[in-house]
Design a protein around this ligand. Structure first.
Ligand code: PLP
Length: 432
């Protein structure tokens, strides 16, 4: 593989963009590469870089591309929307149609507000929870990532973990004090905290954590937090920015049968274009301006091009839901069951966590990876070696052990078999 063009662009990029990238994990720093590949175009399960190398893609834009890149139906919708104009500063009919479509898939959502990103959605949901309960603090779980707003940048996952820290600099002590954190899955500690503190406005959680690698959720835990939030007048926010429309059409809440008060969405809801959303019961959502006094706004909120991309994506998922989610799960089962065989063959132990179309390979002797501390202890060097062999052979996997592999409807049996062949090579290298 040649990387000359990407390396050259990165040198220029570093002079004008901090770290050469607009989102930290893209820098490939934690997998021992001195430059990332710069993407040029993508189609289906494939992505091409500025050196014209072709890769099978398991990043999938970190989630939005559940139908694969440049899906024909989504592209046709986007082309039509662009012809009509890019942004109006006025409401559009398609925003209403997207809202109706999402509400059809999420019975817990009676009203929904569109944003421009997942970060804005979680930020607004937290503000709404505080306004509704008249309480100040929030509880989040270690290693869960909810975007980059101040109050959610405490013990966060994703790019922060990749770069070796969990709290961003530049946040006031007051904000940090109001964000309580606990290890994921520890109902005993959650109960203990609520016994001591009755100023907790909400629990915000990824129902299936996917930003410290995948952590398999215990349904009992979700039910436990639901009951506790109801009993203690605290708002339960499911951050389904990744899990929404991915684990099931109705997200993790459908899969586990647990109903949150508020849901945040992103990624798939924009079909690869910038959108986020938050929604829930009327009682809460009617507190949002201009009905109520909880302010939320955005110049590009509900952008017509993004909305159309999201509408077409969700329509496609809805029309094919009976087969599509089953097939995605089967693909992940096929890949991961074969990785287990490869791992045994080369005597390189791994623990694979998976949920629906997401999976993470942890290089570890442990049988279970359940908490952030478990993840931190897994082998970073082996993951980096795995990443590099895969990349050099035409498969792009997450450039961090703290992220998930994303599988799309466009990944074919050929793609998976080629991936497994290269994984065999990668594990052989690791075993040396
Ligand atoms: N919530 C979760 C669970 C996420 O994974 C992310 C992003 O990866 C966000 C929120 C933030 O979304 P965005 O990057 O669109 O701001």
């Amino acid at each position: 593989m040649r990387y000359e063009n990407s390396a050259e662009i990165f040198e220029k990029a570093k002079k004008v963009i901090p770290g050469g990238v607009n989102s930290p994990v893209r820098a490939f720093g934690s997998v021992n590469k001195s430059y990332p590949i710069f993407a040029k175009k993508a189609k289906g399960s494939k992505i091409w870089c500025e050196d014209d190398n072709e890769y099978i893609d398991y990043i999938c834009s970190w989630g939005p591309m559940i139908l694969g890149h440049n899906n024909e139906r989504v592209m046709a919708g986007v082309r039509e929307a662009i012809e009509d104009g890019s942004s109006f500063g006025l409401p559009t009919k398609m925003e209403v149609e997207l809202a109706e479509l999402v509400i059809k898939c999420y019975p817990s959502i009676e009203k929904i507000r569109l944003t421009t990103s997942g970060t804005e959605a979680t930020m607004a949901a937290v503000r709404l929870a505080r306004a509704y309960t008249k309480k100040n603090k929030i509880l989040k779980f270690e290693g869960c990532y909810h975007g980059h707003s101040d109050s959610l940048m405490v013990k966060a996952g994703s790019g922060l973990l990749t770069d070796g820290y969990q709290d961003s600099n530049g946040i006031t002590q007051g904000t940090i004090k109001d964000t309580l954190t606990l290890p994921f899955g520890r109902m005993d500690l959650v109960k203990e905290l609520f016994e001591k503190d009755d100023d907790i406005a909400c629990i915000i959680m990824e129902p299936v954590p996917a930003n410290m690698g995948i952590i398999e959720t215990d349904a009992e835990f979700l039910k436990g937090v639901r009951e506790l939030c109801t009993a203690k007048n605290s708002v339960l926010i499911f951050d389904e920015v990744i899990s929404g429309f991915r684990l099931a059409l109705g997200g993790a809440q459908e899969l586990f049968g647990v109903t949150p008060d508020l849901t945040t969405l992103g990624k798939i809801i924009g079909g690869g274009y910038p959108v986020g959303a938050f929604g829930g019961k009327n009682e809460l959502m009617d507190m949002i301006a201009p009905v109520g006094d909880v302010y939320h706004a955005g110049t590009l909120s509900g952008n017509p091009v993004s909305v159309r991309a999201g509408y077409e994506t969700i329509s496609e998922l809805l029309e094919n839901k009976d087969t599509l989610y089953k097939e995605l799960k089967e693909k992940v089962n096929y890949i991961t069951s074969n990785i287990e065989k490869i791992s045994e063959k080369h005597n390189v132990p791994v623990c694979i966590n998976k949920q629906g179309s997401l999976f993470t390979i942890f290089f570890t002797d442990k049988d279970e990876i359940k908490t952030l501390d478990d993840v931190i202890e897994t082998d970073t060097e082996k993951y980096a070696k795995y990443f590099n062999v895969m990349l050099d052979s035409g498969v792009v996997t997450p450039p961090s052990k703290y992220e998930a592999h994303f599988v799309s409807a466009a990944h074919t049996k050929d793609d998976m078999d080629k991936t497994l062949e290269i994984m065999d090579k990668a594990f052989e290298e690791i075993s040396k």
